[in-house]
Write a protein that binds this ligand. Sequence first.
Ligand code: 13P
Length: 259
Amino acid sequence: MLIAGNWKMHTTSAEAFTLASRICESVHSDGASEVVVCPPFVSMRAAADAVAGSRILLGAQTMFWETQGAFTGEVSAGMLLEFGCRFCIVGHSERRGRFGKSDLPANLLAYFSETDAVVARKFSAALGAGLIPILCVGETEKERAEHRTEQVIQTQLNAALCAGTDARFVIAYEPVWAIGTGDVCEPDEADRVCAFIRTAAKKAGTSEQFQVVYGGSVNAENARALLERESVEGVLVGGASLEPDEFSKIIAIGDEIAK
Ligand code: 13P
């Protein structure tokens, strides 16, 4: 059971330290689920200091696939490992430019548009460096209405998993329409799509060492119903992971179900 928090573009260093410290204080030190927080790069040091010696692990929100070079503004896997990062989110829909209910004009979306090929490189580079990538996949509201959920996800998975791997990774089913909208995916549907992802990832010939988790408007109220489903092996939490009490409750639910 994996309970991960994606802090997105929130928290200064001081705020990250406080948030991570409060999460550490409120969770059982020996819970059965694996807990990860993913702060912004610049707050990583502060978060690392706060979680040192606790069960809380660190992840990043993205990375670049090269190890070093003239790539202004980018961050390598090696730089993340130096902070003690164990995980790295890749292909989040916000980086793919697949915003849900966004009023961003089309000409600005291009600034965020990571393609499947870019995501695949990041996924492979993370694995190669010893990080555990959390690969995000999921359909938009329009694609869902057109009954294309499985097709869209299959394409996203094919691109990232084509190289095969024996190392551990995580796939997060994050329907774009459920992210930041309060419109959480019904547990039945999340379970069905997570099961599809598991089968598809296995067919891609990858290792057995992967988990499929759900993300999109998860909170302390709806987490149990999702986590109790057989194919939902964890959650990737956005907004609610910024509220220490809320996130700690989700962790406690994860611990209980993971026992
Ligand atoms: P919310 O939980 O805020 O909907 O965000 C989900 C998400 O994008 C996690 O990566």
